[in-house]
Design a protein around this ligand. Structure first.
Ligand code: GLU
Ligand code: ASP
Length: 497
């Protein structure tokens, strides 16, 4: 987008009205708040819904398989951001993408709210995967559009938006989780659908006044001839894919496990293709090539980090259900409530970390060092949760404070890595690929959860110490390697800090 067009968009957005920020931030904040409310509310009960027995209202899926499905689901949700980003960039613009995405997500939760079978569950999965792919990267990239390039409120704007994400993620396990676990899973999913409905209402009714032209322009529209070509290819691909999938199912080749393996491969193949294409593109300059090299180890670190962080809603959720004393200090704790801990700690500690970086100013860790700290803490969060089994064995129930501590330590890491990660991606990706940076960053999470789909199979209460020990140890080892190479990586970043 040209600087002229950018400025025109900025001029169309009321520049004050939401905590000293552009009014558009209000719309984006609450749209994403409600979308995350529905997503994390659903995830807080989904794993239990899958593996609880039918008599308890669940689907009765094997526990280990349920954990793998949770992971590939999460992986696909972030992978589909590439499609959502591309559609917005080339066909219908970010604002429409957010709206259509919200509609799909809402229907996804509605399908889950109707008591049904495993088939219904998969239909809802497809809707939520596609919907989130349309909504999530695009709503975030509009945040960037409502500030002028030189506006120094921009970073603060992203931090406020990040608070919105985590406030939604904090509230929903308490609401959706409580209703879903204590009353009925479907009612819980129904509340998630209502949450997304509220998000759509906020978006639809405030966007005109608050967002002006932001999200309206199609950054790089397809020409009519390109359109024809693309649609032909998409139709051919869809037909072949449907044919392949149907015959694979009929022949019994496409089982859950082959599908999980397939997503596992895609999770790593797609980012690899991204890096190769960016590196080899004639539009990429030499300095940008060097920055891509610097970005690769950071991306790998992010994959390791998210692999641990995202196990908070799979392995640790299972741990909360099976290994933890839930009658504690006179109250009965719902296992779903543990999902509120990560966002709660993010909300309370993000300002502390922001203050710390400002205070340290020039002495603050460099970007690669922050990534290394992220890995160190995520590794420690797994080593901590290994201790109860070490002290008390795998049979006795564990004090819930161990889990609280583990989530807390992981959040220390998240605050070192996650907010920096997105901005590092924006700075290190070549200018010609700027429309895809948001999706590129989400691919680190997609790859992580693709990896998790395989890793979680190794988890059982009997192997728990080895499981947490090996993964936590690997994260710390990677943290050390990254720390040692940090100055070298910094050199490849060519002035970016
Ligand atoms: N918890 C973050 C969110 O929902 C994770 C996304 C990421 O991978 O950056 O926005
Ligand atoms: N901290 C996560 C994210 O930034 C939310 C979560 O895991 O609940 O949105």
């Amino acid at each position: 987008m040209s600087d002229f067009n950018r400025q025109k968009i900025v001029d169309s957005v009321p520049q004050k009205g939401f905590f000293g920020h552009p009014k558009g931030l209000f719309t984006l904040f609450f749209t994403e708040f409600w979308e995350r409310f529905s997503y994390y509310g659903m995830r807080a009960i989904l794993v239990y819904y899958m593996y609880y027995e039918v008599s308890k209202g669940g689907l009765g899926i094997d526990e280990s398989l349920a954990l793998s499905i949770m992971s590939i689901y999460g992986s696909l949700v972030y992978m589909s951001g590439i499609i959502g980003g591309w559609l917005a960039d080339r066909i219908f613009g970010t604002s429409n993408a957010v709206f259509y995405g919200g509609i799909l997500i809402m229907f996804g939760h509605i399908v889950l709210a109707i008591p049904g079978s495993v088939t219904m569950f998969f239909i809802s999965m497809i809707l939520i995967v596609l919907g989130t792919g349309l909504l999530k990267p695009n709503v975030s990239s509009v945040v960037g559009e409502i500030y002028s390039i030189h506006d120094n409120r921009r970073d603060a704007g992203f931090s406020i938006f990040y608070m919105g994400i985590n406030m939604g993620a904090f509230l929903s396990p308490l609401v959706v989780g409580t209703v879903g676990m204590n009353h009925n899973f479907h009612l819980g999913f129904g509340i998630a659908a209502v949450g997304m409905f509220f998000g759509l209402i906020v978006f639809t009714f405030t966007k005109k006044k608050n967002l002006g032209l932001a999200g309206k322009t199609i950054a790089n529209p397809l020409s009519p001839s390109e359109k024809k070509k693309v649609f032909t290819w998409i139709s051919i691909a869809a037909i072949i894919l449907t044919f392949l999938i149907t015959s694979a199912i009929l022949m019994g080749i496409l089982t859950f496990n082959t599908f999980i393996a397939l997503v596992g491969i895609l999770g790593f193949l797609i980012p690899t293709i991204y890096f190769v294409v960016m590196y080899r593109s004639p539009k990429t300059t030499d300095v940008e090539r060097s920055r891509i090299i610097a970005y690769i180890p950071l991306f790998i670190a992010a994959v390791m980090f998210w692999a641990i962080q995202e196990q908070g809603s799979t392995i640790l959720a299972n741990y909360a259900d099976k290994r933890t004393q839930l009658d504690f200090a006179g109250i009965h704790i719902s296992p779903a409530w543990f999902q509120s801990l990560n966002p709660l700690f993010i909300i309370t500690l993000a300002p502390v970390f922001a203050w710390l970086w400002v205070k340290l100013d020039k002495n603050q860790p460099t970007i690669p060092q922050k990534f290394s700290l992220g890995l160190l803490f995520s590794g420690l969060s797994f080593l901590v949760i290994l201790l109860p089994a070490y002290v008390g064995g795998a049979d006795s129930l564990v004090n819930p404070l161990w889990l609280v501590l583990s989530y807390l330590i992981c959040v220390f890491g998240e605050l070192c890595l996650s907010p920096v990660g997105l901005s590092a991606t924006t700075k290190l990706a070549p200018a010609a690929f700027s429309a895809q940076t948001m999706s590129l960053w989400f691919l680190s999470n997609a790859a992580a959860q693709a990896l998790n789909a395989q890793l979680v199979k190794f988890y059982t209460p009997e192997t728990e110490m080895a499981y947490f020990g090996v993964i936590g140890g690997a994260s710390i080892a990677l943290a050390i390697v990254l720390f040692l190479f940090a100055p070298k990586i910094q050199g490849y970043m060519k002035g970016i800090r």
